[in-house]
Write a protein that binds this ligand. Structure first.
Ligand SMILES: *Cc1c(COP(=O)(O)O)cnc(C)c1O
Length: 402
């Protein structure tokens, strides 16, 4: 296996992001393949028993077992490091495997975590249900209220965890201000950057200590595989996260890693175009509905912060109708081009009713606290011609009485 230039950090760090997304992390085999090879192997063979022993001792860098290392997964990890500007990365089986690993690897009984109330449903479950079972206290704050974060930290606060823009309320949290609060308190900041991706927002440059992803969404970009990743310093990934991952096994399959590698090659193009399309759709629909939230629209309550920390507004917007679930479901059922789907970040435009799907499990009280109403719809804008998406939503709005 030839370590091609894609793994030579001193050279690849100097590349521009578009180059890193195509070439970063590439390892070429003896066959000189142009596209990254898919190593569907769980184990590795050794020429001599002594080599096996040296690898297990850590004296030989070769691979031993795919829960520990895999060349295809390693290519993805290195490419993500370069795109994020992080020292180290470990890929995970899904976004939720990434969040669970990032939390459990560093928190212990007696620790305290502060988290935002507007979160992906399963991330909220981790803080509400899982961590308290292991004696980890969690305080939930309004993520857009920077003072609330400062007030919530305690002497035993170890971690601040947020998602920005938040799913599906599109609240924006001030990453650099909250990173300062974490560091003043001797704690760390973990950011779920799924909605923005490193193309639109680089939380570590703003002071975050760790970034975690669902790569299922924009990184795959075509709705094919589940994948996730956690990025951070060498010390955090190799000394804190890796022992947890190696022994618990939330690893990404090489096949899924390969699919995401292919997705990353077009991530910048897709995020740029889909954000342009989403902005066009948001502008066209804004006056048709009682309320529409999109991070880079002038009407977003935190538009200045969104413009300061995100290069573009992303692919997602939320629409709020006054007619409750009946009107929201009526609009979905009238769609002819946009699909009813709870996934996001696909090249196809997708729309869902969070209260009855992604945030059903959060319960009525949880939804009220997060600002998820019965009339709320979330739209993920794809790569279709935005005029066709607008026309479809236009007729669906009309059919729902708007
Ligand atoms: C989808 C999503 C997750 C979970 O990712 P999976 O790949 O579905 O496990 C976590 N956080 C955010 C913000 C998401 O959108």
């Amino acid at each position: 296996m030839k370590r091609s230039t894609g793994h030579d950090r001193s050279r690849t760090r100097a590349w521009k992001p578009a180059t890193q997304a195509i070439r970063g992390g590439t390892l070429r085999s003896e066959f000189g393949e142009t596209s990254e090879a898919l190593f569907l192997t769980s184990g590795y063979c050794y020429d001599e028993a002594e080599i096996a022993a040296a690898r297990f001792r850590g004296d030989d860098p070769g691979m031993t077992y795919s829960r520990l290392q895999n060349p295809t997964v390693a290519m993805l990890e290195e490419r993500l490091c370069l795109m994020e500007g992080a020292e180290a990365c470990r890929a995970q089986a899904s976004g939720m495997a990434a969040m669970t690993t990032a939390l459990l690897c560093q928190l212990s009984a007696g620790d305290h975590m502060v988290t935002a109330r507007a979160m992906f449903g399963s991330c909220k479950w981790l803080g509400d249900e899982l961590l308290p079972r292991f004696g980890i206290e969690v305080t939930v704050v309004d993520g857009s209220d920077t003072d609330a974060w400062a007030k919530a930290v305690r002497p035993n606060t170890k971690l601040l965890f947020l998602e920005t823009p938040a799913n599906p309320t599109l609240e924006i949290a001030d990453i650099s201000a909250i990173a300062d609060i974490a560091h003043d308190a001797g704690a760390k900041l973990l950011v779920d950057n799924a909605f923005a991706t490193p193309v639109l927002q680089r939380p570590m440059e703003l002071g975050a200590d760790m970034v975690a992803y669902s790569a299922t969404k924009m990184m795959d970009g075509q709705g094919r595989v589940l994948a996730g990743a956690v990025l951070g310093t060498d010390e955090f990934i190799n000394e804190t996260l890796l022992p947890f991952q190696r022994n618990t096994g939330p690893n990404l399959s090489p096949f899924n890693a390969w699919v995401v590698l292919k997705g990353l090659e077009t991530l910048e193009l897709r995020m740029t175009r889909q954000s342009e399309n989403a902005l066009k759709v948001a502008k066209a629909l804004e006056s048709r509905v009682p309320k529409l939230l999109y991070p880079h629209l002038d009407s977003h309550p935190q538009v200045d912060l969104a413009r300061a920390q995100m290069r573009a507004g992303g692919t997602i917007m939320s629409l709020f109708l006054d007619g409750g679930r009946e009107q929201a479901h009526g609009l979905l059922n009238a769609l002819e081009l946009v699909d009813i789907s709870n996934n996001i970040g696909d090249s196809r435009s997708l729309m869902t009713h969070p209260a009855s799907t992604t945030h059903y499990g959060v319960g009525e009280e949880g939804r009220a606290e997060m600002g998820i109403t019965e009339g709320m719809l979330r739209l993920s804008v794809g790569l279709e011609d935005p005029d066709d998406v607008i026309a479809d939503l236009d007729q669906a709005l009309a059919s729902a009485g708007l």
